[in-house]
Ligand binder design. Structure first.
Ligand code: CA
Length: 223
């Protein structure tokens, strides 16, 4: 197994120990020691996986994880020094793929990295009639062309594609896309759907994937 692994860890010794183990196992590690450097790095270099320490100078791991999830599904393994933190982190639904508690053996970390990559790799692309969704980059490709969707449009499309033929009301879609927000209007969903359809139909006028069901909501039809 190979790939670029971003190690975010401010304890220098631990970071280089992890990097050594990852290198020996065939990965290409890069280390950062400040939380504020992570998001710009991820946007530019698109690593295959991130090992993210919770307590960091600059910005804490929780904030960084949440921020990354607004634009990428890159696998993230959170690392914390306190086992009791893990329950709290799970409850926050930060969108991390796994959690590791310090102290750990580097061997165990490498095993977890491999397991997460194996598990998440399968879900990387979903195809439906010329449509490929790359959930790590929030990228949707139709007949070989990038639809250039916003993160919200991508999430909407992915949710509908994952549940073909099922009709979803606006409220259901809103809860799915904006889980923490209470004051998003119905019209917001309509407007996202409208833009999404326009992008799809500009590339392929025949691709009427997203259908509206009068007074109920929307569904995805692949046939
Ligand atoms: Ca730390």
């Amino acid at each position: 197994m190979s790939g670029n692994v971003l190690v975010v860890e401010d304890e220098q010794k631990l970071a280089s120990l992890l990097a050594d183990y990852l290198k020996v196992s065939g990965f290409e590690p890069v280390c950062l020691d400040n939380g504020s450097e992570v998001v710009p790095y991820v946007r530019e270099h698109k690593p295959d996986l991130i090992l993210l320490d919770l307590m960091l100078p600059g910005r804490n791991g929780m904030e960084v994880c949440k921020d990354i999830r607004t634009f990428s599904r890159v696998p993230i393994i959170m690392v914390t020094a306190r086992i009791e933190e893990i329950d709290r982190l799970l409850g926050l639904e930060l969108g991390a793929d796994d959690y590791i508690c310090k102290p750990f053996s580097p061997r165990e970390v490498v095993a977890r990295v491999k397991a997460v990559l194996r598990r998440t790799h399968d879900g990387q692309t979903i195809q439906a009639r010329g449509l490929i969704l790359d959930e790590y980059g929030y990228k949707a490709i139709l007949n070989g062309h990038d639809l250039e969707l916003t993160a919200v449009e991508f999430k909407l499309l992915q949710f509908l594609v994952d549940n073909p033929g099922r009709i979803y009301g606006r409220q259901q879609l809103m809860n799915k896309i904006y889980p923490d927000e209470r004051n998003v209007s119905d019209r917001t969903i309509d407007s996202h759907i409208k833009k999404l359809r326009r992008k799809i139909e500009t590339l392929d006028p025949e691709a009427k994937f997203i259908q509206s069901v009068y007074s109920v909501g929307y569904k995805f039809e692949s046939e």
